[in-house]
Design a protein around this ligand. Structure first.
Ligand SMILES: [Zn+2]
Length: 99
């Protein structure tokens, strides 16, 4: 995903996603990017209210006209996928901006 896609997805996360434990909303500070692929990204959401951590895998469809965001909560698959990835939210964004 490029920077524009990530911005869009984070906007979506803040608007749509709620904590599975307390129904609280997430803000920029609560959202970390763990990994990105061309049409997919994995986010970690940390709930300030109850301390719950959620992993969310979000994919975007590459078509221009009917672009939509799909979410999939599958913690086990994401854990397997991540392996030893050690992502850094700020580094990722700084890098994306320069491209
Ligand atoms: Zn919560």
């Amino acid at each position: 995903m490029n920077y524009e896609d990530l911005k869009e997805v984070i906007h979506y996360l803040k608007k749509i996603t709620k904590c599975s434990e307390c129904n609280g909303h997430f803000t920029d500070k609560d959202i970390s990017i763990l990994a990105t692929l061309p049409f997919e990204a994995i986010f970690q959401l940390n709930c300030k209210k109850c301390g719950n951590t959620m992993l969310v895998n979000i994919g975007i469809k590459p078509e221009r006209e009917h672009r939509s965001i799909v979410t999939e909560n599958d913690v086990e698959n994401i854990r397997n996928f991540l392996g030893s990835f050690n992502g850094d939210f700020k580094k990722l964004f700084n890098h994306s901006k320069k491209q």
